[in-house]
Design a binder for this molecule. Structure first.
Ligand code: RIB
Ligand code: CA
Length: 314
């Protein structure tokens, strides 16, 4: 099997954590590095969470702290969704490794420079580090194979009526990424709001009874608490869709669309605006995921949790 070299960049965050559990369990993926960004919580908290997640799942690759704030906009955090720690719920191990002594941008650049082949970036938080990397290292853009990101939504937002959280936190960064010319797979709210992991799926995972599965089930319990108040039938595990798109695109419906990011405005800042009718005359810059086989997605997460039984060789 030809494995896909990837870099994970995120703001864990319960759904980032579950996405990384999936990525680490997937034999199709070769995780080369992990970088952290500010989003769900401050950079200090998302970085600490990152180290604890990676310790829990045995992911020991170069890991670096990202920028402490968005490129231009003021930070927005989401304690109502992910708690004060950014990853409230189950107890997690203390980190068993140190961060590498470089910035996220420097680690992304080093990883690409050292790779024999172009690398896929998998950002599941605001796109601050990705944009900062593209600004600092235009000479390495050709070493980025594609960007499979969680962010945006071409029909609605979740932080404002128009904007999804990751894009709204750093719309200037998102604009840079969507205008970069790098192939993008966009796992926006259009699909992630359908990627609901339901309470009976939590129990399927909990029943596996290995240390990672037990924590994943408790992460889902916590994440679902916020969403059940809004009437959701399950927990929308947004970020895991960006990983699943790389390993099982066949369970998804994707549309090639030209997507623009709004960086101004009282009502629409952070909106990802898709040209469905081709009125701009611009070529598509993203594969926008519009649908998913929910049951197959849930099964993916159960299988990933099973990996930590040692039942599935990588
Ligand atoms: O809007 C959902 C996104 O915002 C997810 O990536 C979640 O982790 C938060 O970062
Ligand atoms: Ca996230």
């Amino acid at each position: 099997m030809t494995r896909i070299p990837i870099i994970l960049d995120g703001d864990p965050g319960h759904d980032d954590a579950i996405a990384w559990v999936l990525a680490n369990a997937s034999p199709e993926l070769d995780i080369k590095a992990v970088t952290t960004c500010c989003g769900n919580q401050t950079i200090e908290k998302t970085t600490y969470n990152t180290q604890r997640i990676c310790t829990l799942i045995g992911l020991h690759v170069p890991t670096a702290k990202g920028r402490s704030c968005p490129l231009v906009s003021a930070p927005i955090i989401a304690p109502t969704v992910h708690g004060e720690s950014g990853l409230d719920g189950p107890a997690l191990p203390e980190p068993d490794f140190d961060l590498v002594p470089m910035t996220a941008v420097e680690l992304i650049a080093k990883t690409l420079q050292e790779s024999d082949e172009p690398v896929t970036l998998v950002p599941t938080g605001p796109l601050t580090n990705i944009a900062a990397f593209l600004i600092a290292h235009p000479e390495l853009k050709s070493k980025v194979k594609q960007i499979s990101l969680m962010g945006g939504g071409v029909q609605f937002g979740n932080w404002t009526p128009a904007a999804e959280f990751n894009i709204l936190v750093d719309p200037e960064a998102a604009k840079i990424v969507f205008e970069s010319g790098i192939p993008i797979i966009m796992a926006g709210l259009d699909v992630t709001e359908k990627a609901l992991i339901k309470p009976y799926d939590f129990e399927r995972i909990r029943a596996l009874n290995n240390p990672v599965a037990k924590v994943v089930a408790e992460w889902l319990d916590f994440f679902y608490q916020f969403h059940t108040q809004l009437g959701y039938e399950g927990a929308p595990v947004h970020d895991a869709v960006a990983v699943a798109a790389l390993i099982h695109p066949e369970i998804m419906d994707m549309r090639d669309l030209y997507v623009q990011v709004e960086t101004e405005g009282d009502f629409c800042k952070g909106a990802t605006v898709a040209d469905f009718l081709g009125v701009t005359g611009k070529a598509p810059n993203a594969k926008v995921i519009m649908g998913i086989d929910r049951d197959a997605f849930a099964d993916l997460l159960v299988e990933a949790a099973k990996y930590y039984n040692g039942e599935v060789a990588k």
